[in-house]
Design a protein around this ligand. Structure first.
Ligand code: NAP
Length: 250
């Protein structure tokens, strides 16, 4: 079996960095893609230090021309990608009555349009290989979360996007699944703590007390789920949404 080539968007830090390291440890060559190529250096060097193969790619996933150029760079630098993790994300939280059009467009642009552009650019290589794995990051916010009308709409949209990809691409040996994390300790949740005026430690403690397993998640928890969805043996699992939240989500 040839070495699989994966692209993980938003993998300079947070969940994406955890996923990139895990897929590299699983034997894949990984394109570490983020807004700024220089920001990808830490993830790339950690992968290389552990004996893996990775390259850094800078691109804004919400811009079609940058996405096309980034995927071309992956093809020339590593080979044809057949694993794609659409992880890049931003938050612009606000109550509906205070939310600006730009808050809405930015969040929908990065999560939903970004996933669309990346998947459209990569699918040809999966179809050629008659094998592929797409994993999209949704969120427990998809079922509704105060102050996140934009993010919640985007993350619910990721679920419909995933299911349709599964239907369209299944006959080419390509699966598409979504992972919907609960509270994961990253810069994103640290930013939320700062916005509500609570220290990150107290914010995590408060969140953990509401979670059945009594702890917040780590990027490695999400990487483990994505490791399964992108594995060779997961070929009959497609169009699913897996909540990874330390408990059930309703
Ligand atoms: P994070 O720490 O903020 O990391 C997100 C990464 O995405 C950053 O490196 C960021 O780059 C990059 N990014 C942002 N906009 C981009 C763009 N237009 N093009 C390319 N890269 C871009 O966030 P995280 O917590 O790891 O979240 C990762 C994913 O999981 C997101 O989709 C998020 O919505 C989802 N999620 C997170 C949680 C959680 O509790 N943390 C829960 C549910 C779902 P910059 O550093 O340059 O901004």
């Amino acid at each position: 079996m040839p070495q699989r080539i994966a692209i993980v968007t938003g993998s300079a830090r947070g969940i994406g960095a955890g996923v990139a390291k895990r897929l590299a440890a699983n034997g894949m060559a990984v394109a570490v893609l983020d807004l700024k190529e220089a920001d990808c250096a830490d993830t790339v060097s950690e992968i290389e230090k552990a004996g893996g193969k990775a390259i850094a790619v800078g691109a804004d996933v919400s811009q079609a021309d940058q996405v096309e150029a980034a995927v071309a760079k992956v093809v020339s630098g590593l080979g044809e990608p057949t694993v794609l993790v659409n992880n890049a994300g931003v938050i612009r939280d606000n109550m509906l009555f205070k939310m600006t059009e730009s808050d809405w467009d930015t969040v929908l642009g990065v999560h939903l349009k970004g996933a669309f552009l990346m998947t459209r650019a990569v699918q040809q290589y999966m179809v050629n290989a008659k094998w592929g794995r797409v994993v999209n990051l949704s969120s427990t916010s998809a079922v509704g979360n105060r102050g996140q009308v934009n993010y919640s709409a985007a993350k619910a949209g990721m679920q419909g996007f995933t299911k349709t990809l599964a239907i369209e691409l299944g006959k080419f040996g390509v699966t598409a699944n979504a992972v919907a994390p609960g509270f994961i300790a990253t810069d994103m949740t640290a930013a939320t703590a700062a916005r509500v005026g609570v220290s990150f430690e107290d914010f995590k403690k408060g969140a953990a007390s509401q979670i059945p397993v009594q702890r917040v998640g780590a990027p490695e928890d999400i990487a483990a789920a994505i490791s399964y969805f992108t594995s060779e043996e997961a070929g009959f699992v497609s169009g699913q949404v897996l909540y990874v939240a330390g408990g059930p989500v309703s």
